[in-house]
Write a new protein. Structure first.
Length: 193
């Protein structure tokens, strides 16, 4: 269900582009993202930081695209978002010595510290890859090709989530995973691979 909610704005964006142009598609994307955010808030009764940032960037870059009649803004929005997320996770890890993934999800997933350490590196790499890929397609290809990439490129996040789930699953099944503050499970500096 969540995957369909996430895919909803992209699907409408592509359809509006095919039926009209990039500017109509941008307006549709903006409206669809507002609706998507409202649906997520209705279901969860809160919004994740990533959802708030995505909404803000879609609206800001969308307005710039429409007001300035310059499609480059909407095409570069994903690159800005992905590089921003990679930068935040990287700065938190290497400058502030914090693992934001563990801070956000540690109460929902009981994983060894070493797994959290690898997961944050995997997420940083994924965000950097997606930012670079979007930037490359936006710069080197036509708007038509970029819009098509937005549709078939959705396979990347799906593959990433499935791969991450498979990686995490083995630690959830074997009973070795624990929360960092669970004294019954031992110390939190467990570095089990």
């Amino acid at each position: 269900m969540r995957l369909l909610i996430d895919f909803f704005p992209i699907a409408l964006f592509v359809a509006a582009y095919k039926l009209h142009d990039i500017y109509m598609a941008t307006a549709v994307l903006m409206a669809a993202t507002v609706v998507q955010t409202a649906v997520i808030y209705t279901i969860d009764r809160r919004l994740q930081t990533m959802q708030k940032v995505t909404l803000a960037l879609v609206l800001v870059f969308g307005v710039l695209t429409l007001v300035l009649q310059d499609e480059r803004f909407i095409k570069w929005k994903p690159t800005v978002l992905y590089f921003g997320m990679a930068a935040v996770l990287g700065a938190a890890l290497w400058i502030w010595k914090k693992n934001f993934l563990r801070m956000l999800l540690g109460t929902q997933l009981m994983l060894p510290a070493a797994v959290w350490d690898r997961l944050v590196l995997i997420w940083i790499g994924y965000f950097a890859f997606m930012a670079t890929l979007n930037g490359y397609v936006a710069l080197m290809y036509t708007t038509e090709a970029w819009v098509n990439f937005k549709l078939w490129g959705y396979a990347f996040p799906v593959a990433f989530i499935v791969g991450q789930g498979l990686y995490i699953a083995r630690y959830l099944k074997d009973g070795e995973a624990h929360t960092p503050n669970d004294p019954a499970q031992g110390p939190s500096n467990d570095r089990t691979p």
